[in-house]
Design a protein around this ligand. Structure first.
Ligand SMILES: Nc1ncnc2c1ncn2[C@@H]1O[C@H](COP(=O)(O)OP(=O)(O)OP(=O)(O)O)[C@@H](O)[C@H]1O
Ligand SMILES: [Mg+2]
Length: 366
């Protein structure tokens, strides 16, 4: 009988150890008595750091989490959150999780604590965001095609008329300045429409073997010359062992250019931009039926003013800009390019410390 008990116990332990869900059990004084490996991954605390500690010590800043667990403890009923709960962590960004908390009873039927199950929802939320972004782009595509058609012809007319007027005016006539402004601004609207069409038009990729280090170095070189009025120091820390990746060289160059341009534009006067690349063996891209592929990570980091937290969600939305002469299309274009390469683009930013854009691309060589 005892032997059977032990077998059961080791089976339960294995189940707990192999579960994808984080399982945390607490006693009736809210001390942690069980912390499975998924809980360690999800919260960033080791079982040594967690076991026997009061729940509040570890999760005191996650108010909703504590509230639900305490309700389960006090009412003796199971509770499941229907909305994501934000789990605040000490060394990583907050994690959206689904949570169930159930009272734990001993054999006599007395309540002796609670068991909490957490499911990491971050990947689902990321996927949802990708779908939303794709929907937005599709809508914008229809709008852009219609607009482009309606606007480009009259624009051509205005530009032609401005040029004719320019020819009619004597060279020293001050009115010439106005005709030049007209031509310049018409060109700007034209560029904007082209960008918008580019963003929304389906276009086949031109795939080749791309040397990431080379295109990064090229784009940095070009960017260096674009801001002669600022003192920007560029640091390149490129891993020379990264093999060529399969991708569209023009599109990838454009993406890095947009990100480097944003970094340089964010810096007022003086600052640093660091470009790092490395093979991130731990990040695998999973596609059904395909072998997981290692990812290459490129980071573009600036020490500009950073992006306020309330704007972080909006910067990838087409036309969102905080610049006087920005279109707000740069990052939307980057997002589209990265999606077409089955990669990911993330941003992290600290007020007054700077911004880091992290690009991950699958290291595909076929
Ligand atoms: N490195 C950065 N530092 C601070 N803010 C940034 C950075 N990168 C992007 N942003 C913010 O995100 C906004 C959107 O960027 P995006 O590149 O899409 O458009 P834009 O630069 O304003 O215009 P465009 O790229 O079309 O010329 C910017 O206006 C800026 O507020
Ligand atoms: Mg930009």
């Amino acid at each position: 009988m005892k032997n059977g008990d032990q077998k059961d116990r080791s089976l339960y332990m294995r189940v707990l150890e192999n579960m994808e869900e984080a399982v945390v059990a607490i006693d009736d004084t809210e001390r942690i008595v069980l912390f499975n490996p998924a809980a360690q991954i999800c919260t960033g605390y080791s079982d040594r750091q967690a076991l026997q500690r009061p729940l509040e010590d570890l999760f005191g800043t996650s108010a909703d989490f504590l509230r639900l667990v305490r309700t389960a403890l006090q009412t003796g009923r199971s509770i499941t959150s229907h909305e994501d709960i934000l789990l605040h962590r000490s060394s990583a960004p907050p994690l959206p999780v689904g949570l169930s908390a159930s009272p734990l009873f001993n054999r006599k039927g007395d309540q002796e604590g609670a068991v909490i199950i957490l499911r990491d929802h971050s990947q689902i939320r990321e996927l949802e965001e990708t779908v939303r972004q794709a929907d937005r782009l599709a809508m914008l595509g229809t709008l852009a095609a219609g607009l482009a058609h309606e606007i480009k012809n009259p624009l051509g007319g205005i530009k032609g008329a401005a040029q004719l007027l320019n020819l009619e005016l004597p060279p020293d006539n001050p009115m010439r300045e106005y005709t030049q402004v007209m031509t310049r601004e018409v060109n700007r609207v034209n560029d904007l429409i082209e960008e918008l069409l580019d963003l929304t038009r389906p276009r086949p990729k031109q795939l080749s073997e791309v040397n990431l280090s080379r295109i990064l170095a090229d784009q940095v070189l070009m960017q260096k010359q674009s801001h002669p009025d600022k003192e920007i120091s560029y640091q390149l820390q490129l891993d020379p062992s990264i093999p060529p990746i399969r991708g569209d060289e023009n599109l990838l160059s454009r993406m890095f250019l947009n990100l480097l341009k944003n970094a340089a534009e964010a810096i007022a006067g003086e600052g640093n931009i660091t470009v790092t690349s490395r093979i991130a063996g731990q990040y695998l891209y999973n596609k059904p039926g395909e072998r997981p592929v290692p990812m290459v990570t490129v980071e573009i980091q600036d020490n500009g003013p950073g992006i306020p937290a309330e704007e972080l969600d909006r910067i990838f939305t087409p036309f969102f800009t905080t610049k006087n002469r920005g279109c707000g299309l740069g990052l939307a274009i980057c997002q589209k390019i990265i999606n077409e390469h089955q990669g990911s683009l993330r941003v992290s930013s600290q007020h007054q410390q700077g911004t880091t854009f992290t690009i991950s691309l699958p290291l595909k060589r076929t």
